[in-house]
Design a binder for this molecule. Structure first.
Ligand SMILES: [Zn+2]
Length: 270
């Protein structure tokens, strides 16, 4: 009875004091930020992948006298800003179309390790980085989308700086050098904070020199999705942004191109 009274009091208070705000009014009070890189010929792919192709099917005035254009593209799943489904490193794991859309959205926390990565391209993000984020921001909420800002986003457009190599094939793989999430850090996030997904502004959630991809294997094995080659993380606040990460719905896909955007409330705009 007491609970019912409190509920009625809250509803009456809300309806008396607050003018109804529509969803679009609410959203337009904040700002949408694009966390996605363009897909084009120079988009970063793994050294053993075929790069993105975009060819003209038709461009110009057609035989009926009006303008028309159409192109065709081809892409490997894991290049540019993209999504990793659990199937990527877990046999029997979910493929892209099997993931509930609710899992593509959530509150983001942004862990800034750019200082530590600036003088160490092999930097591995650990539990200590998350604990130091928590000192300033409180406990990482359950269901968070954890975005890792290594600062490497600023090197996009300069493949040597961004990935550590301009070579393709096995030699390119050998030379890859960029920071990543340590397997222990991934385990801590999943086991103690029950996060929803992880994203990073480098080509891989495992660091470039990884040979066994333990972070991928742990995340995929625990049914957690990941985003790679994310853009513009420096524009997001440490917490309070809301992310929508919508991958192309490839049936049976282990990953796919990703359009990822974030909404920042007015008061948190940088
Ligand atoms: Zn991937």
């Amino acid at each position: 009875m007491k609970k019912l009274f409190i509920l009625v009091a809250v509803v009456v208070t809300l309806s008396c004091n607050h003018k109804a705000v529509s969803v679009s009014e609410f959203l337009s009070s904040g700002e949408w930020v694009d966390l996605t890189w363009d897909y084009e010929q120079s988009t970063v792919y793994w050294p053993t992948n075929v790069t993105f192709k975009h060819d003209t099917v038709f461009y110009g005035i057609n035989d009926k006298g009006y303008f028309y254009s159409s192109f065709k593209y081809s892409a490997e799943e894991h290049g540019g800003t993209h999504f990793d489904a659990p199937l990527h490193f877990a046999q029997g794991g979910r493929s892209v179309e099997q993931i509930n859309v609710e899992e593509f959205t959530g509150e983001a926390i942004v862990v800034d390790v750019a200082d530590r990565c600036a003088d160490n391209r092999d930097y591995l993000i650990t539990e200590d980085d998350f604990l130091s984020w928590e000192k300033d921001n409180g406990t990482i909420p359950k269901g968070s989308i954890v975005l890792l800002n290594t600062g490497f986003g600023k090197y996009w457009g300069d493949p040597l700086q961004y990935t550590g190599t301009v070579n393709s094939g096995a030699l390119g793989v050998e030379e890859l050098q960029f920071p990543g999430l340590s397997p222990e850090g991934a385990q801590w996030l999943v086991k103690t904070r029950e996060i929803k997904a992880v994203g990073i502004d480098t080509p891989s959630i495992d660091f470039g020199q990884s040979k066994d991809f333990l972070t991928h294997r742990f995340l995929c094995g625990n049914d957690i999705t990941a985003y790679e080659n994310i853009a513009n993380l420096h524009l997001l606040p440490a917490k309070g942004a809301y992310v929508v990460a919508a991958p192309m719905k490839i049936k049976g896909g282990s990953g796919s191109p990703l359009r990822i955007i974030a909404w920042i409330p007015e008061k948190l705009k940088k």
